[in-house]
Design a protein around this ligand. Structure first.
Ligand code: CA
Length: 226
């Protein structure tokens, strides 16, 4: 069955161009030209992916994402204008799965869509839980507990922690982590890893007064049993 993608984009010409390309690739595509319409469509229906412009009339892309995440974990690729670095980081923080900067090559967009959809599909199979002392990460249930306390992680944070735990005591470079978690080369964007390491530390190490995630200066990061 064709995967359904919702494009929320107020530049109608761009939306139609992307729609044409995605339809050509075999996706089933719908469009919304403003934030409110986009949100109500995304809430009412089951899309496999949202392509979400940040600058939208009515409701901004970030606000749409924030509201959508109250109820749904639909994968979201944010579309930002050049130099909207803050929006990019805020978007990832609020649970976007990826972002792409305008103007973009359609091939790059298609690659990112494939990765986001594959990641979602790959999140299903049952795998053994990873533990370290009271810390337990369950890939099958997509849950993390510290003792009895649930640790609320975004999809990316979860996958980053999983990658670190699966390679415990092995130092992973930023490039390696990007490749494992983000799935392809983010040329020059390795600071995304640092941003996510910071989120993880806040929710795990700092929150529980432990030290699992270690920085190896000039090399990368490593998970060690606390
Ligand atoms: Ca726009």
């Amino acid at each position: 069955m064709a995967e359904r993608i919702l494009i929320v984009e107020d530049e109608e010409k761009l939306a139609r161009f992307v729609e044409l390309e995605l339809t050509h690739e075999g996706y089933q595509v719908e469009k919304a030209f403003d934030g409110r319409t986009g949100l109500s469509m995304a809430e009412a229906q089951e899309y496999d992916l949202l392509l979400l412009d940040v600058m939208l009339p009515g409701l901004s892309g970030l606000e749409l994402l924030r509201r959508l995440r109250r109820t749904k974990q639909t994968p979201v690729i944010m579309v930002t204008a050049r130099d909207q670095v803050m929006d990019k980081v805020t978007g990832l923080d609020m649970g976007a799965d990826d972002y792409i900067t305008k103007p973009f090559e359609i091939e790059e967009l298609l690659a990112r869509i494939r990765v986001a959809l594959r990641r979602r599909a790959g999140a299903q199979p049952a795998a053994l839980a990873l533990t370290s002392g009271p810390l337990k990460l369950d890939p099958a249930r997509h849950e993390v507990f510290y003792g009895d306390v649930p640790v609320q992680l975004t999809l990316r944070e979860f996958e980053l922690l999983q990658a670190l735990m699966e390679n415990r005591s092995i130092v992973l470079s930023r490039e390696k982590l990007l490749d494992m978690v983000w799935g392809y080369e983010y040329a020059g964007e390795t600071n995304v890893v640092d941003v996510y390491i910071r989120y993880l530390r806040a929710k795990l190490d700092d929150a529980f007064g432990v030290k699992y995630i270690h920085t190896v200066r000039g090399v990368g990061y490593v998970f060690r049993d606390a």
